[in-house]
Design a protein around this ligand. Structure first.
Ligand SMILES: Cc1ncc(COP(=O)(O)O)c(C=O)c1O
Length: 462
């Protein structure tokens, strides 16, 4: 199947099937030049970044560029980026049918890490080690809570990195938080507690998933100190204490204490969505809330921000009273994360490769956040703490509004996410843009930020 990618300054969309190798990549670039999608003078990504984005050897890309330079398509010179040569553009024949373009050229859609940073080499060698030493018996039907080796590795990792009270017996491996919230909503409903409160604002996707699993959804407001605990009146609540999504604040120490007191006194369940707790830039991350009341708080983590959402891998650390109900919900769903991926993730965690990868990503996202903040024009000041892979840009009351900004971005082929859809209660709310600065590949980050700035330039009144 064809793989599509976009190059940095030039945003050419090429269809390249990895099975066609070096020859196929050269054909795809030739085709882009012939059809005019890569214009005369257009700059190609560096061999290093293109190789990383496509997951191939840098030498392969170098060879392709050299061959195309010899054919007159590209001009290359030491220390300068490869460009489409004047003669290359003249080689253009009549435009052929174009591959389908992505809806927009650039994206700051929140919710995604830099997919090109996926640790392919580490994943590959961990897979090899797993295959060399795992007995065939491990590939049979799976225990509902997940592969034992992963639950042991997660217990160690979560205790060390997030202070979670984690025993493998209370861990359930799931398909990301999306699956985790569905399992929890099902288990709570079966126990006779169908109502789940969500932070207002919060990601609507999880509310929809919980509702589909039979939950009745209610809203609890969030302020600068996080969830307003005094307004809680539900048997369960989903909270993002380390980095509230999407406002970006953290749950203040007095609210953490108040929330755990409330849960212990009322017998309610708190679902702690620790979706990006690994990424804090101004200080050591605050430990998980779960440690304050492990029998009342269900901790949920995910590999979607640290590795890739496509892995569909997450984990729940449950109060003992919820282990069997969640296991039952898992059994009834008929699905569980594949054994091989679970074993490979365990290997990554045990070998320190996961921690090294997270450290690398933390440095890269911190640098992106700093560069973005340094470039922002008045009157844009981000809200929230220095953490994660997205930030909220509140919009001034005097305008522009969210719709205007999102529409202006679209005209510049940039996808932005407005704050609006995250609110639960109807009525007027502050407006803002949730900027997912983790989303672009590294080579596309600066052109994407430039497009964001140009967008604001279009709509901010002088
Ligand atoms: C607030 C929040 N929680 C959790 C997740 C992770 O969800 P999943 O593990 O299903 O990919 C995301 C991803 O966007 C998120 O924004």
């Amino acid at each position: 199947m064809a793989t599509s990618w976009s190059s940095s300054g030039t945003d050419v969309h090429l269809d390249w099937d990895p099975r066609t190798g070096r020859r196929g990549l050269a054909d795809a670039i030739r085709d882009a030049v012939r059809t005019g999608r890569l214009e005369h003078g257009a700059e190609l990504p560096s061999t290093r970044s293109l190789a990383r984005d496509l997951g191939i050897a840098r030498g392969t890309v170098t060879r392709v560029y050299t061959d195309l330079a010899a054919e007159g398509y590209l001009s290359t010179s030491q220390g300068a980026p490869a460009r489409v040569a004047a003669g290359g553009a003249r080689l253009a024949a009549r435009p052929r049918s174009r591959p389908e373009k992505p809806a927009t050229r650039w994206s700051l859609q929140p919710g995604q890490p830099d997919l090109s940073a996926f640790p392919r080499a580490e994943w590959l060698s961990a897979t090899r080690r797993v295959l060399q030493r795992t007995p065939a018996s491990e590939f049979g039907y799976l225990e509902q809570r997940g592969v034992g080796a992963l639950r042991v590795a997660l217990a160690r990792h979560l205790a060390r990195s997030r202070g979670v009270v984690a025993d493998p017996e209370r861990i359930v491996v799931c398909g990301g938080f999306s699956h985790g919230i569905s399992l929890l909503a099902t288990a709570l409903r079966e126990r006779g507690n169908p109502e789940i409160a969500f932070e207002d604002p919060s990601l609507w996707v999880f509310r929809e998933i919980a509702a589909a699993a039979g939950a009745r959804i209610s809203a609890v407001p969030v302020d600068a100190d996080g969830l307003r605990v005094s307004e809680l009146d539900s048997p369960a609540v989903v909270v993002t204490p380390a980095h509230q999504y999407p406002l970006g604040v953290t749950l203040a120490p007095h609210r953490r204490a108040e929330l755990t007191r409330w849960a212990s006194a009322s017998g309610a369940i708190v679902i702690e969505d620790d979706y990006d707790g690994e990424f804090r830039y101004d200080r050591k991350p605050v430990g998980a809330l779960q440690a304050l009341a492990p029998e009342r708080i269900a901790y949920a983590g995910t590999a979607s921000k640290t590795l890739a959402p496509g892995l569909r891998m997450g984990w729940l650390v449950l109060p003992r009273s919820l282990v069997e109900p969640v296991r039952g919900a898992m059994a009834a769903s008929g699905w569980r994360p594949p054994a091989m991926e679970q074993l490979v993730l365990a290997e990554l965690l045990d070998s320190d490769a996961y921690d090294r990868h997270v450290r690398r990503c933390r440095a890269a996202y911190r640098s992106r956040r700093d560069r973005l903040l340094a470039a922002l024009p008045e009157p844009l000041v981000p809200a929230g703490i220095s953490a994660g892979v997205q930030l909220l840009l509140p919009l001034p009351e005097s305008g522009p509004g969210e719709r205007e900004v999102v529409a202006a971005a679209k005209r510049r082929s940039l996808t932005l996410q407005a704050l609006g859809p995250h609110w639960i209660r109807p009525g007027a709310h502050p407006e803002g843009i949730v900027v997912g600065y983790g989303t672009p590949a590294e080579h596309a980050f600066l052109p994407t930020v430039e497009t964001l700035l140009a967008t604001f330039g279009d709509v901010i009144r002088a």
